[in-house]
Each structure stands twice: as C-alpha cells, then as structure tokens.
Design a protein around this ligand. Structure first.
Ligand code: ADP
Length: 176
C-alpha cells in the first residue's frame, strides 16, 4: 500500500476489489448513464449490493458525464455508494474536465453528507477506454486539490484492479 498525507487527510493506493472495502463509508461506482448493472465496476457493485440498489437507481437516472449521485449501500459493507458517470474516451468532450468533475463532485457530495472515507475505482479506464496513465494524472491531481479544499473527508482510497494499474498510479503519484 502506498500513501500520502494531504492537509491532515490520507490518500491511499491499493490493489483490490471495490466491493470488498469494509472500512470505507462510501465506495464509488463507475456507473453508466442509466445507473444500471452492466459490466466492470457497475456489475460488481450491483451484484454485491442487491436488487434494492437497482430500484433506488431508477429514481435518479439518467445522469450526465461528470455528474455524481448518492445512494445507500444496501448489502455492500459500505453505508453509501456514490455513482459517477465518467466520459467515454473519444466521444465526451472535454474528457479531462468531465473526468475531473467526477472526482470533484464525489468528494463534494461526501463533504455535504458527512462521509469521511471514500473508495474510488479508476473511473472511465475500462469499457469507456480512457488511457490509464492519463486518467490517473487527472484523478490524483483532482483528489489532492479537493482534499486541500475540504476538511471533512479524512481518507480517499484508490482501489486499483490489478498490479499494473496500481504500478501506474504509484508512478503518477510520485511525479505529482
Ligand atoms: P468505465 O465504464 O468507467 O470505464 P469499468 O467498470 O469498465 O468503468 O472500469 C473502470 C476500471 O475499474 C477499470 O480499470 C477496471 O479494470 C476496474 N475494475 C473492474 N472491476 C473492478 C472491481 N470489482 N473493483 C475495482 N476495480 C474494478
């Protein structure tokens, strides 16, 4: 595990599964616009949380790129889920701003709701095709900016799927 202190809060990078973060208040879903199960992170989160999540999501969809919305966590070990719609690389513009908005809005929502710890997957880097290194630069830079701005969120954990994604994020963090 790699970590860094920012303004009294902690930024962590770990390899793992976003549905298995027992000590975190809110995990982030790399959602689709309809907030439906699908593949990747969204599939795993909906499977683990159960059908009540899909019902709550129906009342909030659709969302637009860069937007974040909050639901309960249901059968996940986390009380909350923050659903973010990342940009589809090559289609939604400007991709860098839209991706940054996801991280910004997620942390702002957490701040408003008194959520103290958040787990993020690497939004947009799966089915949505964003190159991992480019996305990691935006993700890490934006989270660091937001942690400097707010006091409420004490821990942000990036939960990376596989050794390679963890290594890329570590390298990018060292360069910032
Ligand atoms: P998007 O549609 O935003 O690209 P995906 O869910 O397809 O979202 O993928 C986002 C990233 O999350 C990819 O790097 C993918 O490998 C990773 N990922 C997939 N399943 C999980 C999981 N259970 N926990 C954490 N990361 C995951």
């Amino acid at each position: 595990m790699v970590g860094r202190e920012i303004n009294g809060s902690r930024l962590e990078l770990v390899e793992g599964d976003i549905t298995k973060q027992k000590d975190i208040d809110a995990v982030v879903n790399a959602a689709n616009a309809e907030l439906m199960p699908g593949g990747g992170v969204a599939g795993a989160i909906h499977r683990a949380a159960g059908p009540e999540l899909t019902e709550e999501c129906k009342t909030l969809a659709p969302i637009s790129p860069g937007q974040a919305v909050l639901t309960r966590g249901y059968n996940l070990p986390n009380p909350y889920i923050i659903h973010c719609l990342g940009p589809v690389y090559g289609r939604d513009h400007p991709a860098d701003e839209l991706l940054a908005n996801c991280y910004r809005q997620a942390i702002q929502l957490a701040q408003e709701k008194g959520i103290r710890s958040i787990g993020f997957p690497a939004i947009s880097t799966g089915a949505f095709g964003y190159p991992t290194r480019e996305a990691a630069k935006i993700a890490l830079k934006t989270v660091m900016e937001e942690l400097r701005r707010y006091d409420g969120v004490e821990l942000v954990r990036f939960v990376l799927f596989g050794e390679k994604d963890l290594a890329i994020h570590k390298e990018v963090l060292e360069e910032i």
